[in-house]
Ligand binder design. Structure first.
Ligand SMILES: Cc1cc2nc3c(=O)[nH]c(=O)nc-3n(C[C@H](O)[C@H](O)[C@H](O)COP(=O)(O)OP(=O)(O)OC[C@H]3O[C@@H](n4cnc5c(N)ncnc54)[C@H](O)[C@@H]3O)c2cc1C
Length: 438
């Protein structure tokens, strides 16, 4: 593929939080950037569950990559699926056979679902990572109610009206809370043979508490808020089987039991993009258990200073002066900060200067449970600031609107949320494929 050879060529793989931020940080630099992504949009994953639960439409949380970089003259945006990286030849190969030569490479291909070796579960319990996943989950949720309305046999009807979310992290908590709201607030009055408010929502988590990354007090608050919404929270419970009619759960003591369900959502495991392992094999680098590439303090790959790995694909550590290096969590601020650091280090390398180690600034954690309920754990110079309930929910709401990409998206989301708050409706309830797929 033709490029301008006068300037250093930078290839950025992935336009998620890390790739987007790295590319933006190189605005105005005398470099030639090729930004390649297998989708044509940047996706704001923290609000993906809203698309999966019919609260927002896809364009409200996704922005076309080409449009985002229309004014940044040093960027060429390409739609392409990277299948391999040839570190010796310094090029990146796409699935269509094209190759992209580079002088500096930033790999920001993110993560995917992990079913802990039980990939056959994916068909029965889709995970939430892409817009495609969100559409599929939304389809299953809405069709489960439709199936229940037609089902005359009580046991099978109950199966249709039982929704299970596996994984009690932020995504699982958000999904379960919103499912409860759909059942209790959005759908009642619309069906003639079922009462949607009687739907069971279960949240199954393997560890002893939900929101493991948060302090215990906030986990307990989140669980209380979920239970107030009539979500049945089953902690310390391992999922040991999943099929098209439900799942088997094994508690720490006692016999495994079965839950019949036609709609199961997987929010339990994350693994690095397969590109990480391919790169690690090509350059002899290490990967951790989740398949993330172990990087140097400056985010480069050992022995290849011209390749940086960032975001969810990197097993990176934060190097704060005077402190032990600490692992960086797989969250969007981590990816964005790594993006800026990798871009700055590339510019230093080009200028013949030494690179700097990555330092992660942790501003805290947020998770919403549903209408008027959320938990917030902020890191402030005066120590942690923790709160939950309505105030936390308002904080969560404005934080997400602030960080959304694009002015129009912010306005659209604000209007949609305000209207949903007053009407209790979720308007994005269109499904086009009504055939059951399980
Ligand atoms: C449902 C969900 C909710 C979340 N909620 C929060 C939250 O509330 N707060 C928070 O801080 N974090 C949240 N996260 C985590 C956060 O989204 C990630 O940490 C962040 O997206 C990581 O950024 P990244 O750039 O590494 O990867 P991503 O943002 O995932 O971007 C990777 C990009 O690479 C592209 N790509 C992948 N493979 C290839 C390939 N082979 N060729 C070309 N392109 C490729 C993808 O299409 C994608 O655009 C959430 C994640 C999910 C899935």
């Amino acid at each position: 593929m033709a490029t301008n050879n006068d300037k250093p060529r930078i290839v950025v793989i992935g336009c998620g939080f890390g790739g987007l931020e790295a590319t933006r940080a190189l605005d105005g630099a005398q470099v030639d950037i090729t930004l390649v992504d297998r989708t044509n949009h940047h996706l704001f994953q923290p609000l993906l569950y809203q698309v999966a639960t019919a609260g927002l439409s896809a364009p409200a949380i996704a922005a076309p990559v080409r449009h985002l970089f229309r004014k940044q003259a040093n960027v060429t945006s390409l739609l392409g699926d990277v299948v391999s990286i040839d570190a010796a030849a310094r090029n990146v190969r796409l699935s269509d056979g094209n190759t992209l030569p580079y002088d500096h490479l930033i790999v920001a291909a993110g993560a995917t679902h992990s079913y802990f070796g039980r990939d056959e579960w994916a068909v029965h319990a889709p995970g939430l990572k892409t817009l495609h996943d969100a559409f599929e989950i939304r389809r299953r949720i809405l069709l489960a109610f439709e199936m229940a309305e037609k089902e005359g046999e009580p046991a099978r009807r109950d199966e249709c009206l039982t929704f299970v979310v596996i994984g009690g992290g932020p995504t699982g908590v958000e999904m379960a809370g919103t499912l409860a709201e759909i059942a209790r607030h959005t759908l009642p009055g619309e069906f003639r043979h079922i009462d949607p408010a009687k739907a069971r929502i279960l949240l199954v988590e393997g560890s002893p508490r939900v929101l493991q990354a948060m302090p215990e007090s906030l986990s307990a608050s989140a669980q209380r808020q979920l239970e107030k919404l009539h979500v049945e929270v089953r902690t310390a419970s391992l999922v040991t089987a999943i099929d098209e009619h439900g799942l088997e759960v094994t508690p720490p003591e006692g016999a495994p039991y079965r839950i019949g369900s036609r709609c199961i959502v997987w929010a339990a495991g994350v693994a690095a993009s397969p590109l990480g392992r391919q790169l690690a094999q090509a350059v002899g680098a290490q990967v951790d258990r989740a398949g993330r590439v172990v990087v140097e303090p400056d985010l480069s790959v050992p022995g290849h200073p011209e390749i940086s790995v960032i975001g969810d694909l990197a097993a990176a550590k934060s190097h704060a002066p005077g402190r032990e290096p600490r692992p960086v969590p797989g969250v969007s601020p981590g990816a964005k900060q790594m993006g800026r650091c990798a871009a700055a280090n590339i510019q230093r390398r080009i200028a013949g200067q030494p690179t700097k180690p990555f330092r992660y600034r942790d501003y805290g954690n947020l998770a919403t449970i549903g209408r008027n309920s959320a938990v917030v754990d902020l890191a402030t110079p005066a120590g942690p600031l923790r709160f939950s309930g309505w105030l936390a929910w308002v904080f969560w709401l404005f934080a997400h609107i602030y960080f959304l990409i694009g002015f129009r998206n912010r306005i659209v989301v604000l209007i949609d949320w305000a209207s949903a708050y007053w009407s209790k409706q979720r308007y994005a309830r269109v499904v086009t494929d009504i055939e059951p797929r399980q």
